[in-house]
Write a protein that binds this ligand. Structure first.
Ligand SMILES: [Zn+2]
Length: 307
């Protein structure tokens, strides 16, 4: 079975200005590497649909969705916070990024694919219930997870977030929702300066010190993530796949390498084979060093696809 690769040209048109690290070239670098490495032959490509208000409302108050629609400019750039801006294409890009999360669920629940990767931007894991933040507008993974639970009838979904930044938006939205188990690693003391104390019992947060290598990821996996996921017995595993913990990424100070992303993906694939027939949906979050972002995503997608 091929792996679904979900993206959309609108996600390339969202542009927050020259020099912004969350740039359209991230997605083209990823696609170029998937072609160069031959992994593209194991993928089936889909256009991400626009998320509906009904899908967004499972995560964000409708007033928030309306406020984002109203903020979207017809030309020029509007800042939602110091790091997050919208141009004339950003609204559709954000709707497609969130729509991808839900569409991916449909594909894996209907067994068209066992795994899906959403190569979308803007990313989502800092977007809180009613607040855009840190390059994020809608919380793409939360929209997908609530779609899986509320529409597709799943009872338990695990969310794994290995971005170098704490997924504060996902925690804000999903803390206390006992149908969800969220496990994460992030660099302590870094933006958004949260996560050290979990907000609820369904959160397993592992803060890592600056300089930590992939060994720290392996320890967090063995000691915290895997036992929690095994006990939870998820019916699907969702991944907030950020690649900014790479040693070359100057957004933060962890020292992971491509093989660490391959390793963690293999381990998560094994857990998903054990608990949920291999159902995995992975959504791109951070990762700003274009060369190593592309190679890290390729290592991740290669394992998802069993290529
Ligand atoms: Zn990040």
């Amino acid at each position: 079975m091929t792996t679904a690769f979900i993206t959309h040209p609108d996600c390339l048109k969202h542009d927050m200005g020259a020099g912004h690290p969350e740039q359209p070239a991230r997605l083209t670098a990823i696609e170029d590497q998937l072609i160069a490495s031959g992994i593209v032959n194991y993928l089936q490509r889909y256009d991400a649909p626009l998320a509906t208000d009904e899908q967004l409302a499972r995560v964000h108050p409708l007033e928030y969705v309306r406020a984002i629609r109203e903020a979207a400019p017809s030309s020029g750039t509007v800042h939602l916070d110091p790091d997050t801006a919208m141009n004339e294409y950003s609204l559709n890009a954000a709707l497609r990024a969130a729509g991808a999360g839900a569409f991916a669920v449909d594909l894996v629940v209907q067994k068209k694919h066992s795994a899906a990767f959403c190569s979308v931007r803007p990313p989502g894991h800092h977007a809180c219930r009613a607040r855009p933040m840190g390059f994020c507008i809608f919380n793409n993974v939360a929209v997908g997870i609530r779609h899986a639970l509320d529409v597709r009838g799943l009872e338990r979904v695990a969310l794994v977030d290995f971005d170098v930044h704490h997924g504060n938006g996902s925690e804000d939205i999903l803390a206390g929702d006992e149908r969800v188990l969220m496990v994460s690693t992030f660099q302590s003391g870094l933006y958004p300066f949260s996560g050290e104390e979990a907000l609820a019992a369904n959160m397993r947060n592992v803060g890592l010190p600056a300089g930590a290598t992939g060994e720290a990821l392996r320890r967090a996996f063995a000691e915290v993530w895997a036992p929690a996921i095994d006990a939870f017995e998820p019916q699907a595993i969702y991944i907030s796949a950020g690649f900014d913990a790479h040693r070359a990424d100057d957004m933060a100070g962890l020292r992971w390498v491509e093989e660490d992303y391959a390793w963690v993906t293999r381990e998560l694939a094994a857990l998903s084979a054990r608990h949920c027939e291999g159902r995995i949906v992975s959504c791109l979050e951070g990762g700003y060093h274009l060369f190593h972002l592309a190679r890290s995503v390729a290592a991740h997608v290669r394992e998802l696809a069993g290529a």
